[in-house]
Design a protein around this ligand. Structure first.
Ligand code: GLU
Length: 419
């Protein structure tokens, strides 16, 4: 089954608990607009190459389309559509005034020089500039896209609409996740990880009594999301000042390591030194093995569908914190549920990223600059509120946390249709 169709079926199933009419379901499961573009780029050797990119605008009931841009060889229309759909749901769960969008370019950015990467990005922006804008559609970082790339996007967008972005801070709100020196927010980089740690701790608190600390954690993916999550989990303490977590394994796209307790700071230093995680700090493991470790908490923080019927029976963790988008197939999620594994779904767990983006956008639109303390406090409020609501629906309807999150989202979206 294609990934978009599978994603929309999650919503359809949840809708049964709150009796959603078919015409409403049709609106929520159909993209409003899809843009597919070819992107010509002059390479360093003077040859011209064509790349393919997408911007999917799934739904704008709650506000401007919002969601990341991914640079990855696997990017395709179906995946981008599923990711845009999940953004609609995620934004509704965490209650930010955005719709759902997503896009990307089919490319391995690591194979490009910095100049090629910039020209590719600017060429892409010229192709999509007519459908994005601060109140229309606001892209952001995703897999392999950085603050620097966001700056190029804002700058090229300003050129296309005939203004330099120095002239208007509002114009920079066309994209979030920018460098702090360019209208970005201190706090946005860590927001997804901090948000995930907040959600996890809140849920553990609700389960208190059933747990013995420290809980062991394995994290697949050590990009922006996995790294900051690891940092916050590493620092977390119980009420009697014991470590809440031991990070026993981490990996990046090339594989990972396992050890008694890892310090994320040291792993990052090693990753920087050796271009990817080496075996200096632990025993080498593959990206498949990390998922099957005997840990309390498993965190997929890389790509979608890594937990499927192929490996689900080997998963030993009792809690899965989905920091990636769509890491668990529908079939695998059902099996985990039947086995009593609690999955904290992506649409709640990783919603700190877009919430942080909302704060950045809000500051750009109003010409404000928040302190990092204020930013973190606000993030905590949004994440806690969303977790409490999802937990409430989970208890009320006796459903998985994923179905509960969909219920919360559908209710908010339906209220917007009726407005
Ligand atoms: N790419 C992130 C996500 O999947 C962030 C999106 C945003 O900030 O707009 O949620």
């Amino acid at each position: 089954m294609n990934i978009f169709k599978e994603a929309t079926e999650q919503l359809r199933e949840a809708s049964k608990y709150i009796k959603t009419p078919e015409d409403v379901l049709a609106v929520l499961t159909t993209a409003e607009r899809k843009l597919s573009v070819s992107i010509p780029v002059t390479m360093d050797d003077g040859t011209r190459k064509l790349f393919h990119g997408y911007r999917m605008q799934h739904n704008s009931l709650l506000g401007p389309y919002k969601g990341g841009l991914r640079y990855h060889p696997q990017v395709n229309e179906d995946e981008a559509q599923a990711l845009a759909f999940w953004m609609m749901v995620k934004n509704a769960v965490v209650n930010v005034p955005f719709g759902g969008g997503k896009g990307g370019i089919q490319v391995d950015p690591k194979s490009l020089s910095p100049g090629e990467l910039e020209r590719l990005t600017r060429s892409f922006v010229r192709r999509i500039a007519h459908v994005i804008g601060p109140t229309i559609d606001v892209p952001a970082p995703d897999v392999n896209t950085t603050a620097q790339i966001m700056e190029w996007i804002a700058d090229e967008y300003a050129r296309v609409v005939g203004m330099t972005s120095d002239e208007s801070s509002t114009l920079r709100a066309v994209v979030t996740g920018k460098p702090v020196s360019y209208g970005g927010s201190e706090g946005r980089e860590e927001a997804t990880g901090l948000g995930g740690a907040t959600v996890l701790k809140n849920i553990l608190l609700k389960k208190e009594g059933e747990l013995t600390y420290p809980l062991t954690v394995a994290i697949q993916g050590f990009g922006n999301v996995g790294y900051f999550l690891a940092q916050y989990l590493y620092k977390a303490r119980t009420s009697d000042d014991q470590p809440m977590f031991h990070i026993v394994a981490v990996s990046d796209s090339k594989g990972g390591i396992t050890a008694q307790a890892l310090d994320p700071e040291k792993v990052m230093a090693d990753k920087k030194e050796n271009k990817s995680i080496s075996d200096k700090l632990g025993k080498r493991i593959t990206n498949d093995e990390i998922l099957e470790l005997d840990v309390d908490i498993l965190v997929p923080a890389a790509l979608e569908h890594v937990i499927s019927k192929v490996n689900v029976h080997n998963i030993k963790a009792n809690i899965i914190l989905e920091m990636a988008n769509g890491p668990t197939t529908k079939e695998a999620a059902q099996i985990l549920d039947d086995n009593g594994c609690m999955v904290i779904p992506d649409i709640l767990a990783n919603s700190g990223g877009v919430t942080g983006s909302y704060f950045e956008w809000e500051q750009n639109m109003k010409g404000q600059t928040w302190t990092i303390e204020h930013y973190r406090r606000e993030l905590h409020t949004y994440m806690t509120q969303a977790t409490d609501e999802v937990w409430g629906a989970h208890k009320k309807h006796k459903v998985s946390l994923r179905t509960a999150a969909y219920i919360v989202a559908i209710q908010r979206l339906v209220a917007a249709i009726d407005r």
